[in-house]
Design a protein around this ligand. Structure first.
Ligand SMILES: [Ca+2]
Ligand SMILES: [Ca+2]
Length: 259
C-alpha cells in the first residue's frame, strides 16, 4: 500500500512498489516517513547524492589500497620519500683538509677578459685551486668564505685527480677556455673579491677548512700567485713579477713541492 505522503510528493508508484517488493523494510519505513513530510524531499535528494558520493569515495579508496605501493627503495627508514636518491652522487670521497691549495687569485681583472665575453669586469675575477690529494676527491658542497662571509658554494661532483687544477669563478661568469685537464666551476654567487686583499677559506661539506690563503692588495690587470707556484706555504706575488704574463689561471709552472 502506498502511503499518502508518497502520492502527495508525486513519487511514482512503481518506485515505491519496487522498494516494498524487495522487502526493504528499513527503506520502506524511512521512505514513508520522509514522504509524509514533503518538506523533506530535499533531504531525500541530498541523501541520495550523499550515497553516490560515498560510493565514489569508497571505490577510489579501495583502488588506492589495491594499487601498487611505493617500492622499498623509494623511502628512507624514517618514512621520507627520497627524491635525492635520484640525483647523481660523487664516485669519490670529499676533499680533505690540506688537500687544496688556493694557488692564484685574480681580484682586479682591469683589462683581463677571462671569460671572453668582450668585457673586463668583476665577472672575470677568479681563483685557481690545486688539488694535492693522493686519491681522487670532489669539492661538491664546498663553501668559499671571504673575511668570514659566505661567498657561495660549489656544486660539482667531479672527482679531481691528484695535481688537477680548478678555476673558480662567480655564478655570472661565462664558460672559460682553460688548458687541457683544468676544470672550471662556478660558485652559487658572484665572486666579488676585495681589491685591497682578504682572507679566503674553503670550507668543506663536513665543516672543515680544506684550504686557506691571505692575499694582499691586488695589482690592476694581473693576478697574484703563490711563490713557489703550487706551494701551499708560499706567499703571494704579483704575477707579472714571475715573468709569466698577467695570469696563469688553469696552469702551474711546476708540480707542488713535497713537505
Ligand atoms: Ca669578461
Ligand atoms: Ca696558475
Amino acid at each position: 500500500m502506498l502511503c499518502a505522503a508518497e502520492v502527495s510528493v508525486n513519487v511514482r508508484p512503481p518506485c515505491c512498489l519496487l522498494y516494498r517488493h524487495l522487502g526493504c523494510l528499513l527503506y520502506r519505513h524511512l521512505g514513508c516517513l520522509l514522504f509524509r513530510h514533503p518538506g523533506r524531499l530535499r533531504f531525500r535528494q541530498q541523501a541520495r547524492w550523499l550515497s553516490i558520493i560515498s560510493l565514489v569515495v569508497l571505490a577510489t579508496g579501495a583502488c588506492s589500497v589495491l594499487a601498487d605501493g611505493p617500492s622499498f627503495e623509494d623511502w628512507r627508514a624514517d618514512g621520507r620519500a627520497l627524491q635525492a636518491e635520484t640525483t647523481p652522487k660523487p664516485n669519490c670521497l670529499p676533499v680533505r683538509t690540506g688537500e687544496i691549495v688556493i694557488n692564484e687569485v685574480l681580484a682586479k681583472p682591469a683589462g683581463i677578459d677571462l671569460d671572453g665575453d668582450g668585457l673586463s669586469n668583476n665577472r672575470d675575477e677568479a681563483l685557481e685551486l690545486l688539488f694535492v690529494g693522493t686519491f681522487a676527491g670532489h669539492l661538491d658542497g664546498t663553501r668559499l668564505v671571504l673575511d668570514g662571509k659566505n661567498r657561495g658554494s660549489i656544486t660539482d661532483i667531479t672527482c679531481l685527480h691528484p695535481n688537477q687544477l680548478v678555476v673558480v669563478t662567480g655564478s655570472t661568469a661565462q664558460a672559460l677556455v682553460l688548458p687541457a685537464g683544468s676544470r672550471h666551476v662556478r660558485l652559487t654567487k658572484p665572486l666579488n673579491l676585495r681589491d685591497d686583499g682578504g682572507h679566503l677559506q674553503l670550507i668543506g661539506a663536513l665543516g672543515t677548512v680544506l684550504g686557506q690563503a691571505h692575499y694582499p692588495a691586488a695589482q690592476p690587470g694581473q693576478s697574484q700567485v703563490r711563490q713557489p707556484d703550487g706551494d701551499a706555504f708560499g706567499g703571494f706575488v704579483s704575477h707579472l713579477h714571475t715573468g709569466g704574463g698577467s695570469h696563469s689561471l688553469g696552469s702551474v709552472s711546476m708540480l707542488p713541492a713535497v713537505h
